[in-house]
Design a protein around this ligand. Structure first.
Ligand code: HEC
Length: 151
């Protein structure tokens, strides 16, 4: 019967555990912003994936710019690239939900429609990714004051 002694097992496991620890370390070393999550439970967005951002830009232009302005700067609807989301609360998960189900509460407006029936999950995610990439670009370009900077 094949038997592995404790010592051998230890030798086999040590490098594997080391690799896991290293991977965790690398993951934690990433600055929070690079993950494009607003808190540890929030969903991540591939804001550095240009293909996704471009798909989002295209879908945004087709479906959203009419009300939210070019580049999401706001119009009939609020600014979507200013880093402020009073209707949703500023997390990717909540904003995704707003886009999918709309703003149904009439006392809060009720003009923003539900796009979950006419856009795929992938398209909504792409639009949201585009919004966040654009928000980041605008902050870095000094177009808007950094809403995340602590006073
Ligand atoms: C018919 C105009 C219209 C269109 C088209 C539209 N919106 Fe809106 N949207 C609004 C208005 C107006 C509000 C403010 C809430 C309200 O009055 O219902 C809003 C609110 C929102 C919010 C909430 C902002 C916050 O504070 O969280 C998000 C997110 C949003 N829209 C995203 C989108 C996206 C993405 C699209 C395209 C897929 C889109 N909207 C298309 C009019 C529109």
């Amino acid at each position: 019967m094949f038997r592995v002694s404790r010592a051998t097992l230890g030798k086999l496991l040590a490098p594997a555990l080391g690799a896991v620890a290293l991977a965790c370390g690398l993951f934690l070393a990433q600055p929070a912003a690079a993950q494009h999550k607003m808190n540890e439970n929030d969903m991540e967005l591939p804001t550095s994936d240009q293909k996704v951002v471009d798909l989002g830009r295209e879908k945004y232009a087709q479906r959203c710019s009419f009300c939210h302005g070019g580049g999401g700067k706001g119009g009939k609807g609020p600014c979507l690239t200013c880093g402020k989301f009073p209707y949703s609360g500023n997390t990717n998960t909540n904003i995704y939900t707003t886009i999918a189900v709309g703003v149904t509460n009439r006392s809060m407006g009720g003009t923003m429609g539900a796009f979950g029936t006419s856009m795929s999950a992938e398209e909504i995610l792409a639009v949201l990714t585009f919004m966040r990439a654009e928000e980041k670009r605008r902050i870095e370009a000094g177009e808007i004051p950094d809403p995340y900077k602590e006073e």
